[in-house]
Design a protein around this ligand. Structure first.
Ligand code: ZN
Length: 211
């Protein structure tokens, strides 16, 4: 199996507890579950509906605030912004609006008709989205197309430990809707492929790139 991000060959491993097969690219550090474990949107929605992401919840606000505290010093002064894959709530867009600028939001399940295909943005944020994507490279490319020249893409997804035994013990892949996994290196490689600038990452789960 070749890597869907950088096309180099991958190594295969099986998680003994779940029997799920994973493919691990040593070049870009992308890991993905075998495609039979990918789920369609209806199944995903059933699981997301279990999440209690109440916009009034202080913990949830603090969670987004940590993301903004990391990315905002890196992204200049955006005049237009989009939250891609916001989920049910538009809380992150609301927080961005308070601190910086009006923010559009889109979600394929909860807010599917909010995207304007001709509109371009100075900043696109996407938190806890990329680990759900069947085709992250294609989505990455489509988000770049929605960015202005010099615009920023800021993502949040947990970086995996890049070690097979540590990966097996890691909690993040146990969510059946999480099917693909990244490190900062994966995003560095994506930046090389698409001619973007890798601006920075927090070593854990956040990354900022510039078109
Ligand atoms: Zn790769």
């Amino acid at each position: 199996m070749n890597c869907y991000i950088c096309t180099k060959s991958t190594e295969t491993f099986v998680h003994e507890k779940t029997d799920i097969t994973y493919y691990h690219c040593k070049a870009c550090e992308y890991i993905f579950k075998s495609s039979e474990y990918h789920q369609d949107l209806t199944v995903q929605k059933e699981r997301y509906n279990l999440h209690e992401n109440d916009a009034e919840d202080e913990g949830y606000q603090a969670y987004f605030q940590r993301f903004l505290d990391f990315i905002l010093p890196l992204v200049g002064k955006p005049k237009t912004a989009l939250d891609f894959g916001c989920g049910r709530s538009s809380l992150l867009a609301t927080l961005l609006e308070k601190e910086v600028t009006k923010c559009d939001y889109y979600d394929p399940i909860y807010h599917p008709d909010t995207l304007n295909d001709t509109k371009k943005y100075d900043l696109i944020v996407s938190t806890e989205v990329f680990e759900h994507l069947h085709q992250p490279r294609e989505v990455f490319e489509s988000l770049l197309e929605r960015l202005e020249e010099g615009g920023y893409l800021a993502l949040q997804t947990q970086f995996h430990p890049n070690d097979v035994e540590a990966f097996k013990k890691w909690y993040y892949h146990q969510d059946p809707t999480h099917i693909v996994f990244f490190t900062a290196q994966t995003f560095r490689v994506l930046c090389e492929i698409y001619g973007c600038e890798f601006v920075g990452d927090n070593g854990k789960n956040m990354v900022v790139m510039k078109k």
